[in-house]
Write a protein that binds this ligand. Sequence first.
Ligand code: ZN
Length: 203
Amino acid sequence: MNQQYPSRLLEKAVDEFAKLPGVGRKTALRLVLHMLRQDVSMVDAFAGAMTNLRHNVKYCRVCHNISDSEICPICSNPHRDASIVCVVENVQDVMAIENTQQYNGLYHVLGGVISPMDGVGPGDIEIDSLVRRVEENEEIEEIVLALSSTMEGDTTNFYISRKLAPYRKKISVIARGISVGNELEYTDEVTLGRSILNRTPFC
Ligand code: ZN
């Protein structure tokens, strides 16, 4: 049954909010009514930040992390250890690992994991660019696989390790165990930090 809205504009705004993950129509209505009570300038700033982000966001040419510049601050930092590249699924994972302050290497953001069920194949994520990066940068000695311990994460780990095999680099996987199936971003900092330090060879 369709909920009756007193205004088309209100209904349209609710429609848009309800498209967000985890937001039902009831929550959407609450958020929209909240926005309606704010100053016009706040709502403009909110909408502007979203539009600006979507139109102007850049991705680092090297690691594909979100960045305001061509090369992100991590890749361009000479104090980072360029011999280690940590492979993660998304931007949140980079942020989570950075928060542990236990890792000083570089990253490679895949932008997803291989998931045939969702129609995501190896060509849809940044695997080729990882292989090229390893091929072109002799200083890379170790690749740390830090994907979630799900079937998709495992499949992706396996695929990447096969692709990198010819380059004879050290391939390791972060230590997991306590939180099987947990996504990286939800793991607490101490556990995540320890799991990076206690990484094991991937085989
Ligand atoms: Zn980068």
